[in-house]
Write a protein that binds this ligand. Sequence first.
Ligand code: ADP
Ligand code: MG
Length: 461
Amino acid sequence: MSELLALGWEEWVGLPELSLPAIKAKVDTGARTSALHAVAIEPFGTEKNPQVRFIMHPDPADPTIEVICSAKVIDRRNVTSSNGSTELRYVIRATVHIGGKKWPIDISLTNRETMGYRMLLGRSALIDGVSVTPGLSFQQPILDYSAYKKPQRKKSIPKRPLRIAILTQEPSNYSNRRMIEAGEARGHVVDCIETSRCYMAINAHKPEVYYDGKALPRYDAVIPRIGARLTFYGMAVVRQFESMGVYCVNRSASIGASRDKLLAHQVLAQHRLGMPTTAFAKSSHDTKGILDVVGGAPVVVKLLESTQGKGVVLADTRKAASALIDAFRGLNAHFLVQEFVKEAGGSDLRCFVVDGKVVGAMMRTAQAGEFRSNVHQGGSVKKVRLTKEERRVAIKAAKILKLSVAGVDILRSDSGPKILEVNSSPGLEGIEKATGVDIAGEIIECIEANVPTMFRTGTKG
Ligand code: ADP
Ligand code: MG
């Protein structure tokens, strides 16, 4: 440091990398290491990449202000505090800002709830050029806690290591492997949690999710990858994370709405998005009426819970359609009957939407003799350029269903784009290979931009 920095025995400091713009600190040359107030300290990460996550209440007078911090652990040290007790503490490194100057310091984490100052600036932080006059206070500009009360601008939120969980039944599939890779490449720690192995304690006071006999740690974000077979239970687990205050990339209610084809159709129709004309019936015997609604054969009949094209059948003639509808009804199945969009020519568009943007799009084309373009039905994929209207429709569908990550499937019809369905756990393999886009990275960046760090908890203490 070229210029000198004169400090008194108390000063306002900032640790912006930890989202702590203003802390009133005691400058104490009697202590060696600097210390920061931290509660709910939880180590995470790996031996090679050790991290620690903690909660800091910067304003001693207002415990409702809560900042979630995380940082790389550089050491664990026995520290003896002024009251003589020794404690093994996590030590992190962060850049301290005081009066226009900044430099890195080592900070140990400890509960300072009962102390007058939330931070102690020790001897090792007082590098060359910093002088302390113990008789004076506030020699540098005085700050206040107002920054914690204002909503943060997304761009100004510092990147911190995040602890992310993927909720999935298939930890090692392509999509999950890619998201782990993309998360780790950006300095985060990503765990896979098997949805069906989670169990929950449901109470108002301290909602938790248990796994293998233990309560799960606090995650900053959850990426739900809920398969069709586990929708009901998976939604409950996601809801539990939501009630714990964890940021969920797609919320439970949105997953449910998109999974229920009928509900999704009704909601999207309310917002005037184009869809194939669709009729829905449970026990009506008016097969003729149902077919008339959609304009007669050919029609597509779909089981409501169909995925991968498995419950989707094309009936070419009115006679075949009637027989099919009667058969489904006899099985007490929920189904919908839909106009067949012939001009789509066995192709549909998969638009991958992340955080309100189409980050990639591909065209899936059915194999010869098949109208379903699903990859599981032998369909092939290639990169495609969307029209402006297709892009708008895809973004709007994801927005209406409040999905931050969505695969919006669209048919190209003579009367414009028609939405087939919106998938809340779209696979990454096809789209990344077809487009060459790092979709996993986009999902991680969506989390970085949306995970809240500062909270007003509303409850004191
Ligand atoms: P799933 O959820 O099982 O994938 P979809 O509704 O997406 O069911 O239908 C599967 C595939 O069948 C679609 O990707 C599309 O290629 C084709 N398809 C579905 N509905 C229609 C339709 N109304 N007109 C033309 N093709 C359709
Ligand atoms: Mg589909």
